[in-house]
Design a protein around this ligand. Structure first.
Ligand code: SF4
Length: 172
């Protein structure tokens, strides 16, 4: 069984979309390891998938609420049958057209940016899955181009992962 958790984002005011698209283009040239570092770290602020069974967390050191387990980008959630499962928790991109003031990934935030291609995040997920590091994917994203476009990208990842796995995929 393979689990994919899809999450949405609140929307705010859009600014300087052209500059953001240029930046996204540059970010897509980065190597996958570096993208994983940035996008797993950026995903830790989404506290809807709090890790269990990890070390005690402290808000200093970038290890606060929502941090992933020591294995980069791995968090825990519960399957419909109550089992605790490991998920690869990443963003498709931490670039965003919006500037929600509470969000570390807002467009005015001075953080390193990265963006996975669909193929990259699918390959990473399947590689981790086949090695038994994870049982599913927790994928979220900053808003690129438009909310609909972003959700299409996220759904494409889910579809590709599901197609590549022989057993039926479950979406939670
Ligand atoms: S990722 Fe973008 S849309 Fe989502 S909360 Fe952050 S700034 Fe707002």
């Amino acid at each position: 069984m393979f689990y994919i958790k899809l999450t949405g984002h609140e929307e705010s005011i859009g600014i300087d979309i052209e500059a953001i698209h240029e930046r996204n283009q540059r970010d897509s040239m980065m190597d996958v390891q570096r993208k994983l570092e940035i996008l797993a770290d950026a995903a830790k602020y989404d506290a809807s998938c709090a890790s269990s069974g990890t070390e005690k967390r402290d808000s200093s050191d970038g290890k606060g609420l929502g941090s992933t387990a020591p294995g980069m980008g791995i968090c825990h959630s519960y399957a419909p049958d109550g089992r605790c499962i490991s998920l690869l928790k990443v963003l498709l991109t931490n670039a965003c057209n919006y500037d929600c003031l509470y969000c570390v990934n807002r467009t005015s935030s001075n953080v390193p940016r990265a963006r996975f291609t669909i193929d990259e995040v699918v390959k990473l997920t399947l590689d981790f899955y086949r090695r038994n590091y994870i049982e599913g994917l927790f994928l979220s994203s900053g808003i690129i181009r438009s909310a609909d476009y972003t959700m299409e990208q996220v759904v494409s990842v889910a579809r590709s992962c599901a197609r590549s796995i022989t057993s039926a995929a479950t979406f939670i």
